[in-house]
Design a protein around this ligand. Structure first.
Ligand SMILES: C[S@@+](CC[C@H](N)C(=O)[O-])C[C@H]1O[C@@H](n2cnc3c(N)ncnc32)[C@H](O)[C@@H]1O
Length: 244
């Protein structure tokens, strides 16, 4: 492992219980497994970057009986919720510190990119770019990347809304207000960075898009309208590393 040069602002461990959820239901998981198999019929090694309670990886491994999986998870609380089925390893270090050699057939980044928050906006964008580079480098040529993200739509230029959301959620002053919003408690005072689908596409420009699943929209009502956000959609996107 090599140390990451970028310090990350972390969600408080006491708030991590909020992420003990199953975000992807069985029907969507079946479609996802089909989409992966169409691109990469043989999956031997899977890395789940920020795999949380590990249940997504466990469910995936039960559908891929020949695969081995590693959950790279920095939260002690979420690690403690992991079951220990055979063929699964739990690693307590940041995936940003991974040695970058091609070793995985499938990399998962489910609802993680928006938590890669640095001390300011440029540092945050750098962490996200770095995560994309790590995913690219650890995948074998022809390997598959699955990214699940909350993607914003905006009546302003989307970059302005992403930056404004980051500032508002990072602000210590606004913490009492943000913590009362949907999903706000864990990230108030820490920060969150939701991209537009266009920005995510440019972050992952080195990959080939395969398919996208839309899980529907979050309803924030009027609350995010002052910063131009009209809608936040939950999407699961599948990409392929060229080559192989
Ligand atoms: C919203 S949760 C999603 C958990 C899981 N991927 C899922 O879909 O259920 C985000 C997770 O990313 C983890 N995380 C954030 N940055 C990380 C990093 N640099 N290395 C490893 N895990 C990280 C957090 O601890 C948290 O468990």
């Amino acid at each position: 492992m090599s140390a990451s040069p970028y310090p990350q602002a972390l969600v408080d461990e006491l708030a991590m219980g909020r992420f003990d959820q199953d975000y992807i239901d069985d029907a969507l998981l079946d479609r996802l497994v089909e989409a992966v198999a169409a691109v990469r019929p043989e999956v031997a090694r899977i890395a789940d970057f920020g795999g949380g309670n590990g249940r997504f990886l466990d469910r995936l491994l039960s559908r891929m009986p020949r695969a081995h999986g590693t959950n790279y998870e920095i939260s002690a609380h979420l690690r403690s919720l992991n079951a220990a089925p055979p063929r699964k390893e739990l690693v307590a270090t940041s995936f940003l510190s991974l040695d970058r050699h091609s070793q995985y057939d499938l990399v998962l980044m489910n609802w993680v990119l928006h938590h890669l928050v640095g001390k300011d906006l440029p540092a945050t964008k750098q962490l996200i770019a770095d995560a994309a580079a790590v995913a690219y480098d650890v995948l074998k040529p022809g390997g598959v990347l699955v990214v699940s993200e909350n993607l914003l739509q905006s009546s302003f230029r989307a970059g302005i809304s992403s930056a404004a959301l980051f500032m508002v959620t990072r602000s210590r002053l606004l913490r009492p207000i943000v913590s009362r919003m949907r999903d706000g408690k864990a990230v108030a005072g820490v920060g969150i960075y939701y991209m537009s689908e266009t920005e995510l596409g440019s972050v992952l420009a080195r990959f080939e898009p395969v398919t996208t699943f839309d899980r529907g929209a979050h309803d924030y009502g009027w609350k995010l309208r002052p910063i131009g956000i009209t809608c936040v959609r939950e999407k699961v996107l599948v990409f392929r590393k060229p080559g192989g």
